[in-house]
Write a protein that binds this ligand. Structure first.
Ligand code: AMP
Length: 187
């Protein structure tokens, strides 16, 4: 079972992914975590993306598409993929479909965690204190939310036609969201 978690920064995608990793013995594919790792390592990619990340802008499709490819082609991870923060643009969504098709896979479930801007700002300000992420300051949070809304609207339109698409109120308590997600998983 391959799952896509979709929603603005701070919607709880990471938290629910960790639950899903245990539930379906899956593999979390967090492009945000991978990109932060590249910055930490000060790699070539890290140097290319640090400014965009800190400004709350999206990293290029080319870079993130490259990062996720190995996961999809890894036979040990086949049908156990949990996408957290990917795809975020229509071109990424189409790339994902293509790569899954090439490997005889598909997206089985798409969850859209819907959360409003005020709640996101409050949550990320709290997270900043705990995780100390450099892209979690107030201006960056607002930029990330606005970028998300602009760029991901076409992805939302694309996915919402899919019968496996489920919108979940992301302002609910973590456990309640988990229970809702769980109700769609028959394993
Ligand atoms: P996240 O941890 O998912 O909130 O992502 C943190 C930041 O990483 C985002 O604000 C973007 O700058 C970048 N990022 C993560 N995933 C993607 C993606 N799929 N496409 C473009 N940029 C991304």
């Amino acid at each position: 079972m391959n799952i896509v978690l979709f929603g603005p920064p701070g919607a709880g995608k990471g938290t629910q992914s960790k639950y899903l990793v245990k539930k379906i013995k899956g593999f979390q594919i967090s492009t945000g975590d991978m990109l932060r790792d590249e910055i930490k390592k000060d790699s070539e990619i890290g140097k290319m993306i640090i400014n965009d990340m800190n400004d709350g802008k999206f990293v290029s499709d080319e870079i993130v598409n490259r990062l996720i490819k190995n996961f999809i082609f890894d036979p040990q991870k086949k049908d156990k993929l949990i996408f957290d923060g990917y795809p975020r643009s229509l071109s990424q969504a189409k790339n994902l479909d293509l790569l899954l098709h090439k490997t005889n896979q598909k997206i089985d479930l798409i969850f859209f965690l819907n959360v409003n801007k005020d709640t996101i700002i409050k949550r990320i300000e709290k997270r900043k204190i705990i995780e100390k992420r450099s892209d979690d300051d107030l201006n960056t949070i607002i930029a990330r939310f606005d970028t998300y809304m602009e760029t991901t609207k076409p992805v939302l339109d694309f996915y919402s036609k899919n019968p496996n698409f489920h919108e979940i109120d992301g302002t609910l308590e973590i456990d309640e969201i988990t229970r809702k997600i769980e109700s769609f998983i028959n394993v």
